[in-house]
Design a protein around this ligand. Sequence first.
Ligand SMILES: C[S@@+](CC[C@H](N)C(=O)[O-])C[C@H]1O[C@@H](n2cnc3c(N)ncnc32)[C@H](O)[C@@H]1O
Length: 360
Amino acid sequence: MRSGPGVMGSGYGRHSAAQHVGIGTALGMLDRAVAALPLPDDGRALRVADLGCASGGNALEPMARVVAGARGRAPGIAVAVTHTDIRGNDFNALVETLAAPDAYPAAPGVFAYAEARSFFSPLFPPGELHLAWSSIAVHWLSHVPQPIPDHVYCSGATGAVREALRERSAADWRDFLRHRAVELAPGGRLVVVGGAATDEGASGAEGLFGMVVEELRARIEDGQLSSDRFAAMTVPTWNRTSAEFLDPLRRGPASDWYRLEEEAFAVLPDPLHDRYGRDGDLDAYAREVTASFMAAFGPSLFPTTEAPGGADGPSGAADELVRDFRSGLTARIRAHPADARTNWRVQLLRAARTDTPSRR
Ligand SMILES: C[S@@+](CC[C@H](N)C(=O)[O-])C[C@H]1O[C@@H](n2cnc3c(N)ncnc32)[C@H](O)[C@@H]1O
């Protein structure tokens, strides 16, 4: 498996309960999209994309519902789903997920494929897609325009660095919408649930990321992490406000290509903190928050190199840094469990591809 900025760690499938909750909020919109889209009536398959799939576990339920919804309208219709992600993603884990006997591709006439290319680039031939779904993925940026020097997370960015992230995010979102507009057939639907922020820029994870930064500073004091490397550490995400998500669909070029049908802004419960509230198991809570953090953001903060003695120097030192960071973060969460509580904001949207002559 390759690793690097933006990809999920190998534990993502087991440690993505918060993302799972986010997807749950969008399933109704997905059902309504399937109910509304024009289905092929000439024997061709319904073509679906799952954009930013990671190891696929959180795609199983949405894609099973797409199959059920489409077959409720057109019994036996063939369904072809392409799961896409960037090249560093663990596609072997995706293949294993999709091969499970109870996974949606086990149904006759249902086909699953994988594509290793960024969703900020073209992914499908023009007009081929009927439905594009993306969950908890479009807030990952194509690249970091400038590292955040004294923090690692977008809500800690200020001044020109903050503006550069905001601009990168706007350009990426325009690219995403433009490419999907080319690929969706007229009447095709786009359903997105994406990491979002309030108008003040709060994503809901500020407390946890504050602890992360404190722990990284402790690693600097211990001589395990250089100040220069800390200054370059940046999670490549920007959680858009509702306006940043929706304005391009309401005005500007994308409003010619799409009709915004539904949208909602949601504050998600924190399933890990809620479980801790029920069972009082502080050790398990602290361990699971750290594991979930590392699964989602570890590869971005601690990218590994396959060459021995690469950017991290001898791999033993890199392992030690990650090990001590993990145990230090776990101790901080244990000491201040309420501060680690994370109520992610998400933006949900459903849009229809309009039938316009201009496809660009
Ligand atoms: C938090 S995971 C979400 C995975 C899954 N959709 C879910 O709901 O659990 C974000 C995924 O987006 C992927 N991703 C980030 N940037 C991407 C890009 N430019 N193109 C495609 N996938 C991307 C990451 O590699 C990761 O697998």
